[in-house]
Design a protein around this ligand. Structure first.
Ligand code: B12
Ligand code: SF4
Length: 564
């Protein structure tokens, strides 16, 4: 198709605003669905430009092509954009195919850290995708929306920097989009457009970014190619305004600061902490950090300001591997960093990667020993992933230089839980065995928790409860049960106790769980203000609170009888 054929001509009459639908691509609960910042930043800039935007967040709702089609039919977007990472790319691409099949005139766009480095391949392999957005998307999406709104032909998007696009039978790329030099000019993320009650029911924290970019250059990571080598910082006062509003207006008590390395610039990190302390914010927060740039003073300040968890990328305990991957740290640095953080009272989580270049049975054993030691000495927790050479990283583009053979090009397998590389020193089977033995350790730990819970240990009971509750909520979300089982007749909806009992009965049947458990869980959701009884044009019944009606499944709006 020719881009822009869906464009509206300037007829001199005032036109309705352009409509853009933004989609997230689903991933499993084990990958921790967090409120997607990408879509909320994109929504905020589009809204500021006068565009009508809806987010359909499939991270925490049931995906089906029919559901997507229902929303397309109801909202009539002219532009649909989807965000994804490598492992979710195949699903994201299939979603855009549904969109294009539904209406070939809708312009389809895809963005995120995967397509940034595979733009041409993406357009070639998924002919129903019109535009791949490269790098930061805020300025690009606004210009794209304007181009779609007014262009007569492909020439409209050809002037938008930072994209690859389909131009007839060929694929063209425009000039690179410069990084946003002043992040403070961006509006605050439009989180109110997300179905936040669902994330809250799952017990997830809210995401915030205080800087973009990474000053390091690890072999397996694309951070600096995505967001720049020079870290760009937001004004701490504005960051804390945002956190304060997340706490006060949205009700999150936990924040995940998702900067690549929060501790890289002490002056910035200290100003964020000082401002949080000054405002006495009642929030718990976590960060990603490096062992070589955390100091006792900074760790103590972070702890005082509410930070409770630091995640360190340890990757390997073998010095040769650490040098090969350009991590720039040694096992001594790791011990020191972990000791500093735990001494300050921070919970430490160490992340390892199995299968890095040069990995052998011996280096895996060294990492295991190191993990065991820091766990015993400092109580540091740890976890393993298997190497997934992601597009945009040196390891992906120069795999053979590192004697690595990439064995799968199926992006869905790039979840870092399965071996997709081989090298002479380590077989795929060994990498997977290592992960399996780690999984066994986790299973042992859970057995232990169950045993202690049975003996009456309250912390263990709480942990088990939390886990069970999360699984219950995930099932509610992914089966779309509140949306479907929650529909009630107006008469029942007007009697809250009966409405709750009816919902519990239907959910019990669909989930095959004891009715008491279901009643108790639903009671908690009602009490916490996460689900509520609603009667409006969309129908009557239970809904997740504070969400746009697109998230529900209300295909045929009901006309409400006047109240008697
Ligand atoms: C928070 C985070 C997570 C969270 C949750 C992600 C979420 N749902 O928000 C958790 C911890 C669960 C997580 C998990 C994983 N993550 Co992660 N994560 C991040 C992190 C630290 C921040 C993401 C973020 O919010 N960034 C800020 C926003 C504003 O940036 P953005 O999402 O890139 O969006 C911008 C552009 O990409 C673009 N854009 C994005 N989408 C679209 C769509 C359209 C239409 C347009 C126009 C533009 C556009 O515009 C946006 C605004 O500028 C990033 C690193 C980073 N600094 O981004 C890694 C990162 C995204 N994660 C990564 C990876 C590998 C994973 C895992 C696979 C890890 C694993 N299992 O080993 C899983 C996959 C889970 C999944 N399917 O998402 C990689 C992805 C690389 C890749 N090629 O896919 C990253 C980039 C880290 C890295 N440097 O390697 N992650
Ligand atoms: S692994 Fe961490 S420190 Fe290394 S380049 Fe990526 S974000 Fe930066």
């Amino acid at each position: 198709m020719v881009l822009g054929s869906n464009a509206r001509r300037n007829t001199g009459k005032r036109q309705a605003p352009l409509r853009v639908l933004l989609l997230s691509s689903p991933h499993p609960l084990e990958e921790n669905p967090l409120p997607p910042l990408s879509l909320t930043y994109l929504t905020a800039v589009l809204e500021a430009a006068g565009v009508e935007v809806e987010i359909l967040d499939f991270l925490v709702s049931r995906y089906s092509p029919a559901r997507l089609r229902n929303v397309l039919a109801a909202f009539h977007p002219q532009l649909v954009g989807v965000t994804c990472v490598t492992m979710t790319y195949p699903r994201a691409a299939r979603m855009l195919r549904v969109v294009k099949t539904f209406d070939p005139n809708i312009i389809t766009a895809i963005g995120g850290p995967h397509v940034t480095f595979t733009a041409e391949e993406t357009l070639r392999r998924a002919p129903w995708t019109d535009i791949a957005v490269i790098g930061e998307g805020e300025d690009t999406i606004v210009e794209l929306a304007r181009a779609v709104d007014s262009a007569r032909d492909a020439g409209g998007v050809a002037g938008v920097a930072g994209i690859s696009f389909r131009n007839g039978d060929t694929i063209a790329a425009t000039a690179p989009r410069p990084l946003i030099s002043d992040l403070d000019r961006l509006p605050l993320p439009a989180r109110h457009r997300l179905p936040l009650a669902r994330y809250q029911a799952l017990g997830m924290p809210c995401t915030v970014v205080t800087s973009r970019g990474c000053a390091y250059d690890c072999l397996f990571c694309s951070a600096n190619r995505m967001f720049g080598h020079r870290v760009r910082f937001r004004e701490p006062g504005l960051v804390v305004d945002e956190i304060e509003s997340i706490r006060r207006d949205l009700g999150f008590r936990r924040i995940n600061i998702v900067d690549d390395t929060f501790t890289v610039n002490h002056h910035h990190a200290e100003r964020v902490c000082d401002e949080m302390l000054r405002r006495k914010l009642d929030v718990d927060w976590s960060v990603y950090a490096r062992v070589d740039n955390i100091t006792p003073d900074l760790a103590t300040l972070m702890k005082r300001a509410g930070c409770n968890t630091v995640l360190f990328g340890i990757e390997s305990a073998d010095e040769t591997i650490l040098r090969t991957i350009r991590k720039g740290i040694t096992p001594d640095d790791m011990r020191r960093g972990i000791a500093i953080a735990t001494k300050a009272g921070l919970r430490v989580y160490c992340s390892f990667i199995i299968g890095l270049p040069g990995e052998t049975r011996r280096t895996i054993a060294a990492s295991n020993v190191f993990a065991g030691e820091v766990n015993a000495d400092f109580g540091a927790e740890y976890g393993y992933h298997i190497l997934a050479p992601l597009p945009g990283t040196d390891l992906y583009h120069r795999a053979t230089d590192y004697s690595l053979r990439i064995t799968s090009r199926n992006w869905a397998c790039y979840d870092a839980n399965q071996a997709i590389t081989e090298q002479a020193t380590i077989s795929r089977a060994l990498a997977e065995e290592t992960l399996a033995s780690y999984d066994e350790l986790i299973e042992h730990a859970w057995k232990d928790i169950r045993r202690r819970a049975a003996a009456g240990d309250t912390a263990s009971i709480d942990r088990l409860e939390g886990n069970r509750r999360q699984a219950f909520i995930w099932s509610l979300l992914k089966k779309g049960l509140i949306e479907t089982a929650g529909r009630l007749s107006l008469a029942v909806a007007r009697r809250p106790a009966e409405a709750e009992a009816t919902l519990a009965e239907l959910v019990t049947r669909r989930m095959k769980l004891p009715e008491d458990t279901v009643r108790q869980e639903l009671r908690m959701l009602v009490a916490a203000g996460l689900i509520q009884l609603v009667a409006d044009k969309g129908g009557t019944g239970w809904r997740w609170c504070r969400e746009r009606r697109w998230h529900g499944e209300y295909p045929s709006p009901v006309r409400l009888a006047p109240r008697t």
